[in-house]
Design a protein around this ligand. Structure first.
Ligand SMILES: NC(=O)c1ccc[n+]([C@@H]2O[C@H](COP(=O)([O-])OP(=O)(O)OC[C@H]3O[C@@H](n4cnc5c(N)ncnc54)[C@H](O)[C@@H]3O)[C@@H](O)[C@H]2O)c1
Length: 271
């Protein structure tokens, strides 16, 4: 039986762990070869552990266990030229590219008057410029292929504001807008572009001192605390739940869905 993305090739950023890893394993399990990018280095200003080269190797191992090919590379999505060099080479090795998942991102919560210019710049350069770089590097390969699917990972904070995250919310609304804008122009090449909006996902991003930082921020104006509530009675979702949405958008099952948002967020963006 053939898989839902059989013999397609996918580029995934932020693939060393978390959602990027889950996407890689899910797509490979449905027949795709994958190109895995991660910075694997200390992330600017974050309150959780950073990913390591060993994490990226583990994602490669998990993909290869499915019988598909994985090419992993260390690159910072903020560095377009380095990203292009690695991606172009990997695409040449795998014979083309069909799917782009721009997933790499960071989150630094803080009350509005504790956000430094550095935090704002780091968030925008990673979450917005990094996503833009990923599309600019990946899309020409999809044009050459005559079509494909681009998935930009935003957040429920790109549909409804998550309080105490001004830079993050700004970046994730920007990603949502970017998906629609690219969808308009790339439609002529049969390329679809959609955004995915997870809620709270059980990944390293939620670890470290994140819960304490959000808790401290909420204490500044606790009327906003219910904004983190989901409609379904769950506290978080798993990375694999988000990967299901990514797989759907990557596959031909969604062949006429473009310029849209999918939110596997347990309903937090509607609460
Ligand atoms: N975890 C959540 O609750 C949550 C909720 C909504 C949206 N998101 C978004 O989902 C995406 C994946 O997050 P996650 O939960 O898997 O977090 P994570 O921190 O576990 O994984 C993110 C990965 O991206 C990589 N990365 C960060 N900056 C990079 C850069 N400049 N270049 C290359 N790689 C870089 C990291 O090294 C890491 O491996 C992010 O865009 C995040 O904003 C996360």
């Amino acid at each position: 039986m053939s898989g839902r993305v059989e013999n397609k090739v996918a580029l995934i950023t932020g693939a060393a762990r978390g959602q990027g890893r889950a996407d890689a394993v899910r797509l490979a399990g449905e027949g795709a070869d994958v190109i895995l990018v991660d910075v694997c280095a200390p992330l600017p200003g974050v309150l959780y552990e950073s990913a390591t080269p060993e994490d990226l190797q583990e994602t490669e191992r998990l993909v290869e266990k499915t019988g598909r090919r994985a090419i992993g590379g260390i690159a910072d999505v903020r560095d377009a030229e380095r990203l292009r060099g690695f991606v172009d080479d990997a695409v040449a090795q795998l014979g083309g590219l069909d799917i782009v998942v721009a997933n790499a991102g960071i989150c630094i919560p803080a009350p509005w008057d504790e956000v430094t210019p550095q935090i704002f710049d780091d968030t925008m350069s990673t979450n917005v410029t990094g996503v833009w770089n990923t599309v600019i590097v990946g899309a020409p390969h999809l044009v050459r292929r005559g079509g494909g699917s681009i998935i930009l990972v935003s957040s429920s904070a790109g549909l409804k504001v998550k309080p105490f995250m001004v830079p993050y919310s700004a970046s994730k609304f920007a990603v949502r807008g970017m998906a629609k804008a690219f969808a308009a122009e790339l439609g002529q090449h049969h390329i679809r572009v959609n955004s995915v909006h997870p809620g709270t996902v059980n990944t390293p991003m939620g670890g470290g001192d994140m819960a304490d930082a959000i808790g401290a921020a909420i204490s500044r104006y606790d009327r906003l605390a219910p904004m983190f509530t989901s409609l379904l009675p769950v506290t978080w979702t798993e990375a694999e739940d988000v990967a299901q949405a990514v797989l759907f958008l990557a596959s031909d099952e969604s062949r006429y869905i473009t310029a849209h948002e999918i939110a596997p967020d347990a309903g937090v963006s509607e609460f």
